[in-house]
Design a protein. Structure first.
Length: 259
């Protein structure tokens, strides 16, 4: 049995997220159906991140087992011939059996795009959150900086009853910058809780718009009170931008480089 790693780019607008569910089409379902069409065998695909409905990816990493004899250099083109238009495979490599796209990830990077101008944009509407008011980028960067390091992010996540996972996460990068009419917010961490990136962005945008003080950002980390954070930013501005692996058997970084 071969272990195949594939890097995917996708427009998440018309999907109910990455993970299979009964509500409607998902990225995982589409990829599994594509693999089955190529190999004739039902195959379970594992993703590095379970992106929510409407969230996009520059570089989602998946892996799956296959006994198909397709040469590794042909996997990406073959998948692209049967995947829906909204999903594309950019790369495929064969990895050791112990590789697991999610468990072996050292860190993940999410990018959030904000269209900061008065009129809305028909072209950017699927890929950026429209925020027409003025934004104080200096205050936003200072608010992002308070997130660096290891913290309990309970306030910035949706937690299901009975969820026993630790809310502790280490944020490695937290930055924002402007490119013309687009304001970018970037978060890199060793892991993300459900809705964590969007909750953080929603609160930081409140700081940038003057509705919340810098001091409140640090206070939320300390008190861990979910009810006091800002509304979650909508999904269309969020992209899984990069997954980094630092395990012994795979030292690779897939995705865009953000300087």
């Amino acid at each position: 049995m071969r272990n195949i790693l594939v890097v995917l780019e996708y427009d998440g607008t018309d999907f109910y997220g990455f993970q299979r569910q009964p509500k409607g089409p998902t990225v995982q379902q589409a990829v599994e159906e594509a693999v089955k069409r190529l190999t004739g065998t039902p195959t379970r695909v594992t993703g590095a991140g379970r992106t929510d409905a409407g969230v996009h990816a520059y570089a989602q990493v998946v892996n799956f087992g296959s006994e198909a004899r397709i040469p590794i250099e042909r996997w990406a083109p073959a998948l692209n011939s049967v995947l829906p238009q909204a999903i594309a495979a950019s790369e495929a490599v064969e990895v050791p059996q112990e590789f697991h796209a999610r468990k072996c990830a050292g860190s993940k990077t999410y990018l959030y795009r904000v269209l900061n101008r008065l009129p809305r944009s028909p072209l950017e509407g699927r890929y950026a959150h429209h925020c027409p008011g003025s934004l104080d980028l200096k205050a936003m960067q200072e608010a992002m900086s308070t997130l660096l390091g290891r913290h309990d992010f309970s306030a910035f996540a949706r937690r299901e009853a009975g969820d026993r996972r630790s809310p502790l996460r280490t944020v490695l990068r937290a930055e924002c910058w402007r490119e013309g009419q687009i304001v970018n917010l970037l978060l890199q961490a060793d892991g993300f809780l459900q809705k964590m990136a969007r909750c953080i962005v929603g609160t930081v945008l409140e700081v940038g718009g003057g509705a919340r003080s810098l001091e409140e950002m640090a206070e939320l980390l300390r008190t861990r009170e979910r009810a006091r954070v800002g509304a979650s930013a909508p999904p269309q501005g969020l992209f899984l931008a990069q997954v980094e692996y630092r395990c012994a058997h795979l030292q690779a970084c897939f995705g865009r480089t953000f300087e």
